[in-house]
Design a binder for this molecule. Structure first.
Ligand code: ADP
Ligand code: MG
Length: 693
């Protein structure tokens, strides 16, 4: 074979004909480089393979053995398929519950298999739905001491004859013929960060000498991946910073007046973040800052003070919220404070009278309205500002980068402040929001009494209802929340409507029970929320439309139905809707479907009120994609990087990336040519990465 390079097409390789090339390219593997970056999902060696006689229940283990018999069995709910595997020290079963018809054709007596999975024990050791690979008789990591890579090969690969052994041979061929590998980092960077060369790392991840060399290879390749993401962040940050913004140099008359008019004293954390924001907006480059603070930590007043600072500097400012209810509520709180200091403000939402909307648009364009609060309605093309200086977005993860960008583009590089109540773990935050500066409110107002949380079975609802009645008799209010998931929106809505009927008629006949959900018209929602605010409704049944932001200080009980269907972070947000006043508050989580994990998960809510702890758990349980509710964004799909466990690697890679971006912003240095090439090929398009549902 001639000499190979990174860009050699796979179709020029031995063992790869038309059919295999087709399967590979369907999996985005077109070049030698793509193949080399298809990492083994696991390695088998003497130390990582267990003997059947010494298996332990509950462990995740790899076993190599020979198929002795196979067979189907009928059980109550259909058919199962089982394989008996033995390795000379003992036998075990492998069990499949689904796809029996298809699975059973994959095994023959005498096949040698490498299997992997969680060890269970029912009449002997067993793995249900194991991960498995067929090995050839020459694949013998146990007697030869070899370390075998196992690749993530789907059935499509296998149907094209791309079995583990063949895949491995293809990789070996590549390393035989590979000319050279374009190194990304200078020798200094490699040395300072303890990195193998790129070529060695690629070689050792496929064919390691031992565990140590495998770990070094993994480290280097994780570093690479984090490096490019951090480079992306560095460039985004730099792009935002080069453009000139108007600095807010005046403190203006409003801040002090507002602070003096508040019925409470700001917490130290609030004071600190306000100072950070003020300092940042003094710069002639636009602020790009994320304000993070747990539910109830008091972000709204920080937003209001920032807005009044903008107005004090003759600029206009806008606050965008993800839902109309929330926009409305923000409008009410902002207005009640700005009225004191005679700053006009307006609310702009989708469902509005045309003439009202027209008036607001005019006021924004001629500058007579300095402050506007609203929903997505704000980003429509005909919304124009005279001098937009500060953009604030609440619950910013609910918006995509494009929507945010559209709002920002309505000014000439306005300062930007995003707010979120989702306490994002640090390593995730510097990857996901790595282009933003961070301000954190890490302190709740002092008067807060911790919320008591209880997970209950439906059988205990009766006593909960009578407790709710007592609270209502004391003048307090309650909320009952039903989950609303997109797929079955209709049936869930029915559940809430039905529950409302029941509660209203039979359970709380003497109370006012209201119902609110996303399908109602804005005016209807407003009326209901107004009535709830005024305590004309005692108990409000709701789908999760009130999830974010709504503030009813008199509400003391939150009952969440089907709690197991919510993410922990979401439950924490919901719980934050009560306990905002001076009374002791309660959050009751009703679990309808019990599984081991739902019990564990929900009990975390009983144990802590700390949003950071909850977010960490949530992230561990659901992974970053689910955590953010991101669908197929591609951004959080990694080859080898792991946001949860790579903290130190992320920090080193970030340092290197930011240094390079600073010294060579266009990557024109000869040393950076391959960084530039890879960045343009694989990462540049992710500059605009997030699209969130
Ligand atoms: P969030 O951060 O969840 O948006 P809010 O800004 O809605 O929280 O504040 C929650 C409640 O706490 C509001 O009723 C607000 O008036 C009140 N609040 C804010 N800051 C303080 C403070 N320093 N002391 C007492 N109450 C405060
Ligand atoms: Mg809020």
């Amino acid at each position: 074979m001639g000499s190979l390079t990174f860009s050699t097409s796979i179709s020029e390789l031995n063992r790869i004909g038309v059919q295999r090339a087709k399967v590979l390219s369907e999996n985005n593997i077109q070049t030698v480089q793509d193949l080399l970056y298809t990492f083994p999902r696991r390695h088998l060696d003497r130390t990582s393979v267990s003997q059947i006689k010494s298996l332990r229940r509950g462990d995740h283990s790899s076993i190599i053995g020979t198929v002795r018999t196979t067979g189907e069995k009928s059980i109550r709910r259909g058919k199962i398929f089982q394989v008996i595997l033995s390795d000379g020290t003992g036998s075990m079963t492998l069990t499949w519950f689904n796809g029996v018809r298809y699975i059973k054709n994959l095994f023959k007596v005498g096949d040698r298999l490498a299997v992997y999975g969680k060890i269970d024990y029912y009449n002997g050791f067993t793995i249900t739905h194991p991960d498995f690979d067929r090995l050839s008789e020459h694949d013998d990591p146990i007697n030869t001491g070899a370390i075998l890579p196992l690749y993530p090969l789907t059935q499509a690969y296998k149907s094209a004859g791309l079995e583990q052994r063949i895949f491995r041979k293809i990789m070996l061929d590549i390393f035989d013929g590979l000319d050279d590998v374009p190194e990304l980092f200078t020798p200094e960077i490699c040395k300072d960060n303890g990195l193998l060369s790129r070529k060695d790392a690629l070689h050792k991840i496929h064919f390691p000498d031992d565990e140590d060399s495998l770990n070094k290879a993994i480290y280097r390749l994780k570093f690479e991946e984090h490096f490019f993401l951090q480079l992306l962040m560095a460039f985004r940050k730099a792009t935002l910073k080069v453009s000139k913004a108007s600095p807010f140099l005046q403190i203006g008359p409003y801040i002090k007046l507002i602070e003096d008019s508040l019925p409470f004293e700001l917490t130290n954390a609030q004071k600190r973040v306000i100072a950070e924001i003020r300092e940042d907006m003094k710069n002639p480059q636009a602020m790009n800052r994320l304000l993070q603070g747990d539910v109830g930590s008091g972000k709204t007043i920080v937003a209001i003070l920032s807005m009044s600072l903008a107005v004090g500097n003759k600029a206009q400012t806008v606050l965008m919220a993800p839902t109309e209810i929330l926009a409305h509520q923000h409008y009410e709180s902002v207005k009640s404070i700005l009225d004191h200091v005679n700053i006009p403000c307006a609310l702009l939402i989708g469902q509005m009278k045309k003439s009202d909307r027209q008036k607001i648009l005019q006021g924004l364009e001629n500058g007579s309205i300095p402050v506007v609060i609203g929903t997505h309605a704000l980003i429509q093309d005909d919304v124009l500002f005279q001098q937009l200086g500060l953009v604030i977005v609440d619950e910013q993860h609910r918006f995509g980068v494009k929507q945010r960008g559209k709002l920002i583009d309505k000014g000439l590089n306005p300062h930007f402040l995003a707010m979120t109540a989702t306490p994002i773990p640090r390593t995730l935050s510097i990857t996901y929001h790595g282009d933003m500066d961070l301000s954190i409110i890490d302190e709740l107002p002092k008067n807060r009494i911790p919320i008591v949380t209880k997970v209950i079975e439906p059988s205990r609802l009766k006593s909960v209802y009578s407790f709710m009645k007592d609270e209502v008799n004391k003048g307090r209010q309650c909320m009952v929340i039903y989950p609303l998931v997109e797929e079955s929106e209709k049936s869930d809505l029915t559940a809430a409507v039905e529950a409302h009927k029941q509660l209203d008629k039979y359970v709380f006949p003497e109370c006012q029970v209201g119902l609110i959900h996303g399908r109602l018209k804005t005016e209807e929602k407003d009326t209901i929320m107004d009535r709830f605010s005024n305590n004309e409704i005692n108990i409000l049944v709701s789908t999760t439309v009130i999830e974010v932001g709504v503030d009813i200080p008199n509400a003391t009980v939150m009952l969440v139905e089907h709690a197991e269907r919510f993410g922990l972070t979401q439950l924490h947000q919901l719980r934050g809707r009560v306990g905002r006043g001076a009374e002791k508050s309660y959050c009751i989580l009703v679990k309808r479907k019990v599984t081991d994990t739902s019990q564990d998960r929900l009990s975390i809510m009983e144990r802590t009120n700390d949003g950071f702890v909850i977010a960490d758990e949530d992230l561990k349980l659901r992974g970053p994609g689910e955590f953010f509710g991101i669908r197929q964004s591609g951004f959080l799909q990694f080859r080898i990087a792991n946001l949860l466990t790579d903290g130190p690697i992320i920090r080193s890679a970030r340092k290197v990336a930011f240094e390079i971006a600073k010294n060579d912003p266009n990557l024109t240095d000869k040393n950076h040519q391959f960084i530039r090439k890879t960045f343009m090929q694989e990462y540049a398009e992710r500059m605009d990465f997030v699209q969130i549902s």
